[in-house]
Design a protein around this ligand. Structure first.
Ligand SMILES: Cc1cc2nc3c(=O)[nH]c(=O)nc-3n(C[C@H](O)[C@H](O)[C@H](O)COP(=O)(O)OP(=O)(O)OC[C@H]3O[C@@H](n4cnc5c(N)ncnc54)[C@H](O)[C@@H]3O)c2cc1C
Ligand code: SF4
Ligand code: SF4
Ligand code: SF4
Length: 495
């Protein structure tokens, strides 16, 4: 997880320079909009007065830091993020990197992309062939700005929804300080009369502007991580399965998600978990906050329709520590909310993030449609759905299972999933999916020290059995291959 350091960072800077930068920062449109809406914000009860000032303080600090970073980078030729981070000595490189990406969005910095085409020899179906690959290099430079330049301020996220790239994660709705946004699994509405145009929703939205280059560069700074451009930074990869009979009855693959949540709740490492269960409409996922372990078992198993899980994060404020389960777009949303606009996470109680692997999800209506059109079965008779070995599979209460080629159901998937490049939840504490592991086992990627620790602790307690992913077939090579294909086929977002 990216750790951005705020406050007490300005000790190396002269009082005069700091005051000038802070003065400039306080003129920022987003900060002013937030400050001026104090009464409306406190009225909603979402953030307390103390939190309001904590967020405001962090926003001013982050904007001040950006003004200072910008000054130090004026006059440099186009450089990689890591190179630019070294030029600014006063701030940690993680901060400088995230600042450059934000300054780019504010209109101060230009991104230059160089594409180099190379020919390499690759084995294709057993035969060695010469194939062309493209490599992308991203360099950044401060722009020459006209005197009348006005920095970009961020629009509300309706622009994301109207461009048909919203993944319906629900994060903007939880973050909006005045509750102006309503997100469902297929819709997003903003109450224009309530919206105070602070742009906070836009800065945390995973689909507004890309933070991929920032996160890649920040991850590479952590030398303790192994790195793959397909599955990103990680500590270890495993294949694992639950030892619990109770979880065996409800699990999708290895039952690892439910086992880990059970371990966290039982040992009071979290007070609640955010996951999804079946709603009253069978196979329609419903986001839930689980406090009681007996309710946890209702969440086991994959529902292939999408849910706006992050919508309910603002209902978890009474808990000191929570765990959140979600697909990669949701993990990206949480990571972006850790970085922007200030490096102060909106919901500091999120202690563990479990990211599922995900190739695509389906609108609920399309799940029903594909069951009817492709299988001609009653969906209430289905006990499990699965995607495995290139097939979409349904298991019926009669004990029968039916498989159709995955290609035949692809057209039912959500349009906005085509803009998603992350298969393995690149930014979370532990990623879990089926690709790479045998049936009844999960592939597990630990990405943070605390993720690795709880996974190992659950093994020590006998709740999980585990092997290295390198020791199972098809293992990590298949996982990396499919993750690479998803990245390659991802469509670019142009708002
Ligand atoms: C939409 C979707 C697509 C997926 N696609 C792939 C794929 O292409 N390749 C792959 O290897 N794995 C994929 N997975 C992950 C896989 O299906 C399992 O969730 C994963 O292997 C964990 O299995 P488990 O037995 O450890 O989980 P379990 O112990 O059974 O727990 C499952 C967890 O998933 C959560 N969940 C279920 N449905 C949803 C949903 N719609 N949205 C958010 N959370 C949900 C539940 O809250 C529960 O906590 C996908 C998951 C989803 C939700
Ligand atoms: S935060 Fe999520 S729900 Fe909101 S606009 Fe962005 S993608 Fe859509
Ligand atoms: S909708 Fe977005 S811009 Fe409007 S008040 Fe909410 S967070 Fe701010
Ligand atoms: S493919 Fe991407 S956008 Fe679609 S549900 Fe999965 S993680 Fe979200």
């Amino acid at each position: 997880m990216v750790q951005i350091v705020n406050n007490n960072l300005f000790t190396e800077i002269s009082q005069k320079e700091l005051m000038e930068a802070t003065y400039d920062a306080s003129g920022n449109f987003q900060i002013r909009a937030f400050f001026e809406a104090k009464d409306e914000i406190l009225k909603t009860g979402k953030y307390s007065e103390e939190e309001f000032y904590e967020i405001l303080d962090a926003m001013i600090d982050a904007e001040t830091e950006r003004k200072l970073v910008l000054e130090r980078l004026i006059g440099n030729k186009p450089l990689f993020l890591e190179e630019l981070a070294k030029i600014v000595k006063e701030f940690p490189p993680e901060n400088v990197i995230r600042d450059i990406i934000y300054l780019k969005e504010q209109g101060y910095i230009e991104e230059q992309i160089e594409v180099i085409t190379k020919k390499i020899i690759k084995k294709v179906k057993g035969e060695e062939k010469e194939v062309e690959i493209k490599e992308y290099f991203y360099r950044y430079q401060v722009k020459d700005l006209p005197d009348d330049f006005i920095e970009h301020f961020f629009e509300p996220v309706s622009i994301v929804f109207d461009s048909e790239v919203c993944c319906q994660c629900g994060w903007c709705s939880s973050v909006c300080p005045v509750n102006a946004i309503t997100v469902t699994a297929d819709t997003l509405e903003i109450d224009d009369d309530t919206c105070m145009k602070c742009g906070l929703c836009y800065s945390v939205c995973p689909r507004s502007f890309s933070i991929e280059q920032a996160l890649l560069s920040i991850n590479k700074l952590d030398k303790s991580l192994k790195f793959s451009d397909k599955i990103n930074g990680y500590i270890n990869t495993y294949s694992a399965s639950t030892t619990s009979d109770k979880i065996n009855k409800v699990r999708q693959d290895g039952g690892i998600v439910t086992s880990l949540l059970e371990y966290l709740l039982k040992n009071k490492l979290v007070d609640a978990a955010v996951a999804v269960q079946h709603s009253k409409d069978f196979w329609k996922p419903e986001p839930v906050i689980i406090e009681d372990i007996k309710d946890l078992y209702k969440t086991g198993g994959t529902k292939y329709a999408n849910a706006s899980t992050l919508n309910i994060i603002d209902k978890t404020k009474k808990y000191e520590n929570i765990a959140v389960v979600g697909v990669p777009c949701m993990m990206n949303a949480l990571e972006k909310g850790n970085l922007f606009p200030s490096g102060l996470p909106f919901f500091k109680n999120i202690k563990y993030r479990f990211g599922l692997f995900c190739m695509e999800s389906f609108p609920y209506e399309n799940v029903l449609k594909l069951i009817k059109e492709q299988f001609d079965k009653d969906y209430t008779k289905i006990t499990k759905m699965d995607i495995s070995g290139g097939k979409f599979i349904i298991y019926l209460d009669s004990g029968e299972d039916i498989r159709v080629p995955l290609n035949d159901v692809k057209s039912y998937a959500r349009h906005n999933c085509h803009f998603c490049e992350d298969l393995t939840s690149d930014y979370c504490d532990i990623s879990i999916g089926s690709i790479g592991s045998p049936s009844g086992w999960s592939s597990v990627i630990t990405r943070t020290k605390k993720g690795e620790k709880i996974f190992k602790d659950a093994i020590k307690k006998g709740l999980i059995k585990s092997k290295s992913l390198k020791d199972v077939k098809p293992g990590q090579p298949l996982l990396e291959r499919i993750a690479g294909t998803k990245r390659k086929n991802c469509k670019p977002i142009n708002l």
